[in-house]
Design a protein around this ligand. Structure first.
Ligand SMILES: NC(=O)c1ccc[n+]([C@@H]2O[C@H](COP(=O)([O-])OP(=O)(O)OC[C@H]3O[C@@H](n4cnc5c(N)ncnc54)[C@H](O)[C@@H]3O)[C@@H](O)[C@H]2O)c1
Length: 356
């Protein structure tokens, strides 16, 4: 029985393969005209193993920073690819986490009006979440993920060995997205995951099972609504607040951890607005807090956070579009919220509680 997933996208099916080899064999990736976009950190850590790829003339190293995910910083990458004489029968290969993926996917979807791209995700967040879904997301100034395209990869190969060198905060960042996906699936799925939280960190087999479960849950939503016009919107749970927290702290908090704080904040706001019983927030709070504890005391200034919230893609001209739990079963859905004094007070209250 293969663990691999076949994802059906508008551009055709593609495979997410769970490789048994901990790390990739470069020979398998040098058999075609490829241009590699590689996370500089990954290149440094896997210098020997990835040597033939890193020494390839068509390899570009990129520091995985949010600043390098801006349109300004992508232009030099495109210029390099043009200098490398990239053609439509070539493919791009991203080796890194969500940042390298976003850069690669964006370039692949626009350069020469579309090129194939393949992905070797090296972070837990990219392996468990972002590798499926077709999206590229690019920053403009402090407006995070404000621009982008839908352009699925042609193949995703997951090698678990990359996780061995991840910083603990980056491991928790990936777990944040796994928690989010399971919360969307429902209370039972979330509780089952929360009960295994310690083993997730300690046992790779358990982690691998939840990575695959998270991708399968996401697959259902992405196949039903690849272009994010309907049901897929719930995947933004924790993200409106999470992106605003990232922007307000100048990205001092890893993405998936900001999303974990964002879910707790969404739950707090939902309770304050009588959308969901208090017991729901309490039920999720313990494991969310454990996942973001290391960053709970990072200063999140309220004004920049609220300003960033008003730039969210889901807003209308007068209302914030927030993804909140609602009802006795805490179903996640889009709720229009006026950016008024009451909402502001709910945010302030949460941030004060966070630091307490
Ligand atoms: N396009 C999408 O669908 C989508 C979905 C979710 C998130 N994202 C984006 O992804 C980004 C976050 O991605 P991420 O969490 O994967 O992190 P990342 O790409 O920012 O990488 C996090 C850190 O881990 C390092 N790193 C990567 N692989 C490593 C490894 N194997 N060993 C040691 N260090 C390694 C990187 O150099 C970086 O310092 C955000 O910009 C977010 O907006 C995109």
């Amino acid at each position: 029985v293969t663990e691999d997933l076949t994802i059906h996208s508008h551009a055709g099916p593609y495979t997410v393969s769970f490789e048994s080899a901990p790390l990739p064999d470069p020979a398998c990736w040098l058999d075609r005209p490829h241009h590699f976009l590689v996370d500089a950190n990954v290149a440094a850590r896997y210098r020997v193993r990835l040597g033939p790829i890193l020494d390839h003339r068509n390899t570009i190293l990129i520091e995985a920073t949010e600043a390098n995910k801006t349109i300004d910083q992508i232009t030099p990458v495109i210029e390099r690819l043009i200098a490398q004489r990239i053609r439509r029968d070539h493919a791009l290969v991203a080796i890194g986490g969500g940042i390298i993926q976003d850069v690669c996917c964006f370039v692949a979807s626009t350069l020469l009006r579309g090129l194939p791209w393949r992905f070797l995700p090296t972070t837990l967040l990219a392996q468990a979440d972002s590798c499926v879904g077709s999206k590229s997301s690019i920053n403009v100034g402090d407006a995070k993920n404000i621009m982008g395209t839908f352009h699925p990869p042609t193949h995703v190969a997951i090698h678990h060995g990359f996780l061995d060198t991840l910083a603990p905060a980056d491991l928790r960042s990936g777990i944040g997205e796994i928690l989010k996906v399971h919360a969307i699936e429902g209370l039972a799925a979330f509780d089952a995951l929360a009960a295994e939280y310690d083993r997730l960190l300690a046992d790779r087999a358990v982690l691998r099972r939840f990575v695959r479960d998270a991708l399968r849950i996401k697959q259902r939503f992405v196949e039903a609504d690849e272009f994010d016009r309907g049901v897929r919107i719930v995947f933004n749970y924790g993200h409106s607040f999470g992106h605003a927290i990232e922007a307000a702290t100048r990205y001092a908090i890893p993405h998936g951890i900001a999303v974990t704080i964002g879910m707790d904040m969404a739950n707090h706001v939902a309770v304050a607005r009588d959308l969901v019983p208090r017991a729901h927030r309490d039920r999720m709070h313990g494991v969310l807090r454990r996942n973001y504890e290391e960053f709970a005391r990072v200063d999140i200034p309220i004004e920049p956070m609220l300003t960033a919230l008003t730039k969210d893609k889901k807003n209308t001209s007068t209302m914030l579009g927030l993804i909140l739990p609602t009802g006795d079963d805490a179903a996640i859905r889009l709720v229009q919220v006026a950016p008024d004094d009451a909402f502001r007070a709910q945010c302030v209250e949460f941030l004060e509680e966070l630091r307490a």
